[in-house]
Design a protein around this ligand. Sequence first.
Ligand SMILES: *[C@@H]1O[C@H](CO)[C@@H](O)[C@H](O)[C@H]1NC(C)=O
Ligand SMILES: *[C@@H]1O[C@H](CO)[C@@H](O)[C@H](O)[C@H]1NC(C)=O
Ligand SMILES: *[C@@H]1O[C@H](CO)[C@@H](O)[C@H](O)[C@H]1NC(C)=O
Length: 280
Amino acid sequence: MISLSFILSLALVPLAFAQNNTQLQIEAIEAHFSNSGLVPSLLPTFVPEAEMVLDFAGVGQITPGQALDKSQVAPAPSVLITPANSTVSLEGTFTLAMIDADIVGADQSEGQTRHWLVNSVTLTGTTPLNVSTEGATVITSYAGPGPAAGSGAHRYVVLLYSQPSTFTAPEGLNAPGAAVEKYNFDDYVKNSNLGPLVAGTYFTVEEGTASATVSSTAAVVTSTLPVATASGTSGSTSGSGSGAPSPTSTGSSQSNGAKGSKVFSVEVLLIAFALGFFLG
Ligand SMILES: *[C@@H]1O[C@H](CO)[C@@H](O)[C@H](O)[C@H]1NC(C)=O
Ligand SMILES: *[C@@H]1O[C@H](CO)[C@@H](O)[C@H](O)[C@H]1NC(C)=O
Ligand SMILES: *[C@@H]1O[C@H](CO)[C@@H](O)[C@H](O)[C@H]1NC(C)=O
């Protein structure tokens, strides 16, 4: 005789396989980093343990790789962090950085322009946690993107690293007031003992029309990306309309919905079977 609890536990099996939306979002960001060439040209690997969402005043939460106008990203965003799962601990201090990794295909060995660098930030509030710069050391204040006209869609990459007690800021970057200028971000991370990487995302800004030599616009094949969109995304920002990579994952909510209803229908089927077994 099959017990009701056995059948009900069977019915719960599909729920255990339903993927957490946060995990889907992280996979989407990973795919964007690969498709836009940030991995491996900027970062040899990119395995975040949390989702990062940027929230710009007047724009709202943006999607990974979103194309934006420089006016939209002029003020510093809120940086929101959601751990992949409950085993990810986000205690302690972190370093927040934003760099201009230039256009797709740019030689990263020449370094990246530092647009934001803050040591000793903390994560505050409830999920999504907010990156708080209160009491932190602002080495370079947030400087909104301003790519040269015709230079293509620049990739602005925001990254959050664990900042262990062994962290040592290098000469020239150990006090507030460092200018917006080129540095080698990979060297900075390695030489200062930062890590591991916690989370990251990026957006693009393009000024004017790219010259003929720039071919950055086809780099992100949106159809190959996992469907996921930032929960609560306003989705209202369409960027500059420049033709830059703009993987805004249109239709993702339908896809997630379809996945949810598939799980749900299996549930209903099993519960109906269970009821039928007992009533019949
Ligand atoms: C939790 O997330 C981390 C980071 O993605 C991952 O390494 C770990 O395997 C996950 N743990 C579980 C139980 O899913
Ligand atoms: C799903 O993600 C949220 C946000 O981090 C987390 O609190 C929750 O534990 C996750 N659920 C599972 C089943 O991993
Ligand atoms: C996050 O913290 C910053 C200060 O570090 C603050 O300006 C911002 O309003 C906070 N955002 C949210 C959503 O709490």
